[in-house]
Design a protein around this ligand. Structure first.
Ligand SMILES: [Zn+2]
Length: 96
C-alpha cells in the first residue's frame, strides 16, 4: 500500500487539523518520490523504517512480526544490528 493510502487510512476522520491538511495534500498532489512524501509529511517516519534496536532510519530493514499483523507490534532491525547480532551469536558458538 502506498504511503498516501496508508496515511489516509490511518488519519481518515481525524480532528487533527495538521494531519487532515497532510491527507488533503497527499491525495491532491499524489507524490511519486520519497522526497515529495517527506516534503509533505515533514519527516522520514512514513518512508523509512526505524530500527527498534539502534533507532536509525533505514530504507531497508527486516520487520519481525508475531501473530496478527499490527504495524505497531512489529520489531524492525537494520542491517548493522542484524550483523552485530549474528556476530555475537557466532562468537558464543566458538566459545562452546
Ligand atoms: Zn539498528
Amino acid at each position: 500500500m502506498s504511503t498516501p493510502k496508508r496515511w489516509t487510512k490511518q488519519y481518515e476522520g481525524t480532528d487533527n487539523f495538521k494531519h487532515a491538511k497532510i491527507t488533503e495534500t497527499l491525495n491532491k498532489t499524489k507524490p511519486n518520490t520519497e522526497k515529495e512524501v517527506i516534503d509533505i509529511i515533514g519527516n522520514v517516519s512514513w518512508t523509512r523504517l526505524s530500527c527498534s534496536a539502534c533507532g536509525s532510519d533505514e530504507e531497508i530493514a527486516i520487520e519481525f512480526i508475531k501473530g496478527i499483523i499490527h504495524e505497531q507490534d512489529a520489531i524492525v532491525i537494520c542491517e548493522d544490528c542484524l550483523k552485530n547480532a549474528l556476530s555475537m551469536i557466532n562468537s558464543v558458538k566458538v566459545i562452546k
